[in-house]
Ligand binder design. Sequence first.
Ligand SMILES: Cc1cc2nc3c(=O)[nH]c(=O)nc-3n(C[C@H](O)[C@H](O)[C@H](O)COP(=O)(O)OP(=O)(O)OC[C@H]3O[C@@H](n4cnc5c(N)ncnc54)[C@H](O)[C@@H]3O)c2cc1C
Length: 226
Amino acid sequence: MKERKRATIYSTAQAPFSHATFQFRIKMPIFIAREWFRHTVGITRNEVSRRYVTDEPEFFTPAEWRSKAEHVKQGSGEAIDAPAKLREITNVYNKAIEKCVKAYETLLNCGVCPEQARMVLPQSMMTEFIETGSLYAYARIWRLRTDPHAQKEIQHYAAQVGEEIKKVCPVSWAALTNVALSSSSQSRTPATHPNSLCSTPRVRLLRAATKYHCDDPAKPHDRDGG
Ligand SMILES: Cc1cc2nc3c(=O)[nH]c(=O)nc-3n(C[C@H](O)[C@H](O)[C@H](O)COP(=O)(O)OP(=O)(O)OC[C@H]3O[C@@H](n4cnc5c(N)ncnc54)[C@H](O)[C@@H]3O)c2cc1C
């Protein structure tokens, strides 16, 4: 089947793509999870709760610090590369986190419950969740969040989810994301991989259920049900 025809079928007959599901274990900072969790249709999540977890919290360290964007309300500009400035920024950031952790521990030591003590923890704290979503929903997230207007950090996560799904069903993924099969999704993949932002993998595919399979390019698919 010609690539274009196949893409048309995929873009008009969407229901089959809601049967295939993927399950991920994802670790991301809270400020990105807030954005990620805005995607709700076709997605289910369970998150580790700091209402009962009192382990030492983990924090996100950005791979780069970016300047303010010049002509747009949202977004960011170039990476800051002046060494003295970077040292100052890193120092301020690390100190702020240190203070928050100290306050958190002090509150716990004073007998405050974890669900309230967590109020002093910053948005850069890592959170972890298991997420199950349909292929169709992930394609929507990928399209919205690898867009250059999306925050860079969330672009990395969306790109990696896409990379994992692409390994399982490259044909469907290419059609749903409008990326030619011969090319990789690199055209919209940011330079930095999310796993390179931190020392341990942050996006892990747990399970792919693609039994209702529509990824054989040789076979046209039933389109019953109009
Ligand atoms: C670059 C970027 C910038 C953003 N900036 C902001 C911002 O400044 N402030 C902010 O609050 N949010 C912002 N968002 C979040 C955005 O508004 C959406 O909430 C988010 O992208 C989730 O979209 P979704 O289509 O996956 O939503 P879902 O809620 O998962 O919905 C999926 C789809 O279902 C349909 N749908 C869902 N609900 C309804 C409904 N009530 N009626 C009809 N159809 C429905 C729509 O087709 C929708 O696309 C931004 C998102 C992006 C990508």
